[in-house]
Design a protein around this ligand. Structure first.
Ligand SMILES: [Zn+2]
Length: 256
C-alpha cells in the first residue's frame, strides 16, 4: 500500500494561527515505510484523532523541508511519539542544516532519541526503507528550504514546498504526481512574500504536465477563492488533472 494522507492544508500565518485549515503536514507511506513530511502545528493530534488513527510509533522517519513553524512546530513531539517517549531509539530525521544549527527547531535532548539525523543538502539523494528521494536546488525562501522528488515505485512524486518563483523551478520537479504549495491567489509585488501564486503554478504545470497535480498549503486569498474552484478552473484551462487537497484527504498512490 502506498498513500499520502494530508493532515493539513493550511499555509502561511493567518490560516495556520486561526486554524481555518489544519496544519499537520502529510504522512507518506510506501511499501512498508512511513515518512512524515513537515509536522506543523497539530500534527500529533491530527494523527491520533483520525479514524483509524495513524500511529506515530509506526513512523520510520520525519522530514522537514524547512524550519518555518507551519512545517516544524510539532517535530519534537512527533520524534518523541515515534520513539515511544524516547525509550526506543529509532527512526531518521531529515532536516536542513539551519533547522539544527542556527536558531534550531529540533531540541537537543530530543535528537538523542532518533537513530540518525541526515542533514538535507541541495541536489542530494537519500533513502529510507522503500522510499528513495532527492532534494533539488535550494529554494528561494528566507530559511534553508528544499523541495523533494520521491521515487515510490511505480510512481514519481514531486513536492514543491514553499518558495518564491524562480525559472529553474520549471525543470527541477518532473514527477508524474506533483504536490505544490500555493499560498497566494494572485502574485504580489512584494519580494518579502516568498510564496507561489496560482499564476506561478500555472506556468509550472503547463511546462511539466504532471499526470496529477495536487494544490495545498493555502493562504487566506486561496481559502477565500475556494481552492476546489481554483483547481477546477486550472483543470479546465490546461486540460490536466488538478485537485485541491482537503484536510484529511487520502491519496492512494496505487490508484493514480
Ligand atoms: Zn515557509
Amino acid at each position: 500500500m502506498s498513500f499520502i494522507k494530508f493532515l493539513g492544508t493550511a499555509g502561511a500565518r493567518f490560516v495556520v494561527t486561526k486554524q481555518l485549515r489544519a496544519s499537520g503536514g502529510a504522512w507518506l507511506s510506501a511499501g512498508g515505510t512511513n515518512l512524515y513530511i513537515d509536522p506543523g502545528p497539530g500534527a500529533l493530534v491530527r494523527c491520533l484523532n483520525r479514524k483509524p488513527k495513524l500511529e506515530p510509533a509506526a513512523l520510520d522517519g520525519i522530514l522537514l523541508t524547512h524550519k518555518h513553524l507551519d512545517h516544524s512546530c510539532d517535530v519534537n513531539i512527533m520524534i518523541e511519539a515515534m520513539t515511544e517517549g524516547g525509550f526506543k531509539k529509532r527512526g531518521i530525521l531529515f532536516a536542513p542544516r539551519d533547522s539544527l544549527e542556527e536558531d534550531p527547531v529540533v531540541l537537543k535532548y530530543v535528537r538523542a532519541y532518533v537513530e540518525k539525523i541526515e542533514v538535507l543538502k541541495e541536489n542530494s539523494e537519500y533513502r529510507i526503507g522503500d522510499i528513495l528521494f532527492s532534494t533539488a536546488q535550494r529554494h528561494h525562501h528566507r530559511v534553508e528550504t528544499y523541495g523533494i522528488n520521491f521515487k515510490i515505485l511505480p510512481h514519481t512524486v514531486s513536492w514543491i514546498t514553499d518558495t518564491k518563483f524562480f525559472p529553474e523551478l520549471l525543470n527541477l520537479y518532473r514527477g508524474e504526481i506533483l504536490v505544490i504549495h500555493v499560498v497566494r491567489l494572485k502574485p504580489i509585488g512584494n519580494d518579502l512574500i516568498e510564496h507561489l501564486s496560482v499564476e506561478d503554478v500555472k506556468t509550472i504545470i503547463k511546462k511539466v504536465r504532471p499526470k496529477l497535480t495536487i494544490l495545498t498549503h493555502f493562504g487566506m486569498t486561496m481559502i477565500k477563492a475556494k481552492p476546489w474552484l481554483v483547481a477546477a478552473e486550472l483543470e479546465k484551462e490546461l486540460g490536466l488533472k488538478v485537485v485541491a487537497a482537503s484536510d484529511g484527504m487520502n491519496l492512494d498512490l496505487e490508484e493514480v
